[in-house]
Write a protein that binds this ligand. Sequence first.
Ligand code: 6PG
Length: 468
Amino acid sequence: MKSEFGMIGLGTMGRALLQNIADKGFCVSGWNRNQERLDLMLQEAAGKDIQGFTDLAAFVESIRSPRVVMLLVPAGEATDEMIQRVLPLLAPGDFIIDGSNAYFKDTDRRSKALAEQGFGFLGLGVSGGETGARYGPSMMAGGTPENYERVRSMLEAAAAKYNGEPCVALLGPSSAGHYVKMVHNGIEYGIMQILAECYDLMRRGLGMAPPEMAAVVDGWDSGTFKSYLLEITAHVLKQRDDLTEGWLVDQVLDKAKAKGTGKWTSQNAMDLGVPVPIIDEAVCAREMSALKEERVLAADLLVSPCAPGSSLSPSALTDLQAAMEAATIIAYAQGLAQLRFASAEFGYSLNMEAVARVWRAGCIIRSELLEVIREAFGRSPSLANLLLDESIAEMIRARDEGLRNTVVAFVTNGIPCAALSSALAYLDAYRSAHLPANLTQAQRDLFGAHTYERTDRDGEFHTEWDFK
Ligand code: 6PG
């Protein structure tokens, strides 16, 4: 019997997603060039309707025509190479899904090239890591409605569910799905950095031990702010080290790595001219962490004048919770504002409520807050910024003082809080009816005759500055 679906690439994500799809009653095939991975998959999938291959032609042959083949191989060159390898074995009318964290411009290029050759293509952002892929990821699709329809029931069956609703949708044409996944990752970077800073204040500022911090984070992980990232943070903080007597987190080297999706989010936000400073700061924080050797030298040379913990009381934790919550809302607001700009620039026609809907379960940034966010976009689909929604604004107002007190606490204790302070700076700037950009414009006009607009009349103005 021929398969209904084929997976190319049986790494952790490919294996997990293929088994998930097989569990939902689909007859599937998997291909990997490496026999070991294939064996691992066949072993894990014992008893399921899965055929495995290392021979690409036999794999393609095993799939019912018109074929649906998904690639879960590393983004970039590996994806292009794999498409080139499999294409001669496929026939026009067959259909390729790219489930990697592809760069959205690559997705546009592939989508166009494949359509010209008569192949269907769907760029599919898949979030949720291995467990998500295995038991229900959040999936963000980009492509044509006809192509999406061909795999909709399979994707809906495999997707995470929120109140029974599948967390997958066609979000727009071509690269729309991969773009939304990229911004998802940018928000992920932002929230992870916010949580890292909260951990740092508890550790350096309040001298708390990991299990004490875990109890605090567990307490935060409830109600509207219940989230996967808080849940795993508490879990990480409770983990004992199996090589020493202590806690694992204390033994992990403080150098954060990155595969690049956060950087792409920041880079493209700069291109679009939309401010996403929490995401920018989160990328920079990982880069700063990588300068470990320099930081060790600087710690002695540039001795901080602040003694961490000197001016902190446990009540700082109440403010810290408010700060974490406010900054998290602002991180979502920035990412969602970027999506609005991108939608206009790239013609995605994104439905922001649908974006919030697919992020409510399965993905890394899932949280109960996303239901509140979905409601906000449901009330006002063209909301320019989440912070302009009345109920979100009320949540921010209730946490405003806690965020400000917290940033002051970090600063007076000499503990860096790039993401939290940038959340506050964004908030303060966004609610400033008047910013000092008038001075910037006047300076530009003085040194470069760049002209300026006026508050009292229309037009472009230039002043003959009396400055030599
Ligand atoms: C997800 C994750 C996933 C991956 C990140 C990690 O949504 O499931 O975001 O895509 O874990 O790419 O990114 P970094 O290696 O850059 O932290």
